[in-house]
Design a protein around this ligand. Structure first.
Ligand SMILES: Nc1ncnc2c1ncn2[C@@H]1O[C@H](COP(=O)(O)OP(=O)(O)OP(=O)(O)O)[C@@H](O)[C@H]1O
Ligand SMILES: [Mg+2]
Length: 151
């Protein structure tokens, strides 16, 4: 199943992230893709807000993984600077696959490492600066989630 949204501003992108955040539970894995500056971190900021986090999230570009625990366990990852799959493994990637909501930017760089069932979210910058945000699901679980999101 595929659902496409278009946002006019960073605020709209964050708001869409917040709506999705309200639907997430431990064990969910969001695989974000799209160009530099397309809005992946902005969307993740919205997710955090939707989860009820007060803390402002910052991009984990250099740290690879930032984790948050209040009020829920969220792992925000960025695979952009990873040099190898081993590096991700050594950071303890597997430990985040249970008990956390995982949001990974540049997830297509480490496709081989991802769980079989993830929600893909792709960001494209349109000519006029709007963002096209495409959700692709392969499972009843995420189909249901993006169905809720489009209501
Ligand atoms: N509709 C929009 N949605 C999201 N961001 C937008 C939009 N319009 C303009 N912007 C701007 O685009 C930038 C998006 O930056 P952001 O850090 O979220 O991108 P990113 O995809 O995480 O990039 P990177 O790959 O470097 O991590 C921000 O400066 C934001 O203000
Ligand atoms: Mg980013």
């Amino acid at each position: 199943m595929e659902i496409i949204f278009e946002t006019q501003s960073v605020e709209q992108t964050e708001k869409l992230g917040a709506s999705l955040g309200k639907l997430l539970f431990e064990g969910d894995f969001l695989a974000l893709t799209g160009d530099l500056g397309a809005g992946k971190t902005a969307f993740t900021r919205g997710i955090a807000r939707g989860l009820g986090m007060d803390e402002l999230i910052t991009s984990p570009t250099f740290t690879i993984i930032n984790e948050y625990h209040d009020p829920v366990a969220l792992a925000h990852m960025d695979a952009y600077r990873l040099k190898s799959l081993e590096e991700l493994e050594n950071i303890g990637f597997d430990d985040y696959l249970q008990g956390f909501i995982v949001v990974m930017e540049w997830a297509d760089k480490v496709k081989e490492m991802l769980p079989t069932d993830v929600l893909w979210i792709d960001f494209t910058v349109l000519e006029d600066g709007r963002r096209r945000i495409r959700f692709t699901s392969d499972s009843p679980h995420y189909d249901k989630m993006i169905g809720e999101l489009s209501k």
